[in-house]
Design a protein around this ligand. Sequence first.
Ligand SMILES: [Zn+2]
Ligand SMILES: [Zn+2]
Length: 284
Amino acid sequence: MRVTIWGSRGSIASAGPETVRYGGNTACVQVSDGQGPVLLLDAGTGLRRAGVALEATEGAIHVLLTHLHMDHIQGLGFFPPLFQPGRELHLWGPPSTTLDLRGRLTRYLSPPLFPVRLRDVPSNVELHDVPAGGWLIGQLTIRAATIVHPGPTVGYRVERNGTSLAYLPDHEPALGGLAGLLDGEPTDEAEWTSGYDLAAGADLLLHDAQYTTDEYEERVGWGHSSVRHAVAFADLAGVRRVALFHHDPDHDDEALDRLMAEARSLARTAEVVPGCEDAVLEVD
Ligand SMILES: [Zn+2]
Ligand SMILES: [Zn+2]
């Protein structure tokens, strides 16, 4: 599988000369196996660039949303394939007990927030709640599971021919069992940690690394990880490589260089790679 990062930022786009290396667009990642339908994880502002690259292609496109915070859906209205007549588009997202996926997405894709209603676009859009078990998209096996983050939020695991990718861009495992493990409390088993099943043994994990350790202390419960927590989670789950991702909009390139160096010094077994916009990572 080939993983292309079209957007690596968290919370809000942060374009500017201070973010050119790590990128300013919000979360969007493409997974390709060179054969089947196009798979995109999240629809942040990076989705616009993915869509420009996909405009000349044919076939179905699947967009898998982890949750509906704006930094994960804002690119939808600016995704060129949405406006291609007859293009087959599938939007997958976490179920909610209060409003279905269409109802939640059309809060954004309708006036006054957006000029075009989702029901009026010329592409063939189908919406799906992610199923409880795994499912297939082409040759890719997909699994979704609820993880710790405000509101209904899932992470994803994508597998093909024994290789695996885990995608948990917004995740606070410290509140899901990890903090107890880091403090040496024997009460929490690794398997009970939020996100563990999705990430266990993955060849590549894209994980939330929004905060420094000090910033996290001020933001407990906001749904994100410190770099320390991201690396500890990667080691706990036994992943081969972790791409640190969903960078805080206030972290410029130099700050992120320092955080990557800190992450490498903390990692015990996982290889740390920077989750930069435009990075292409091979998973094999
Ligand atoms: Zn986010
Ligand atoms: Zn979020």
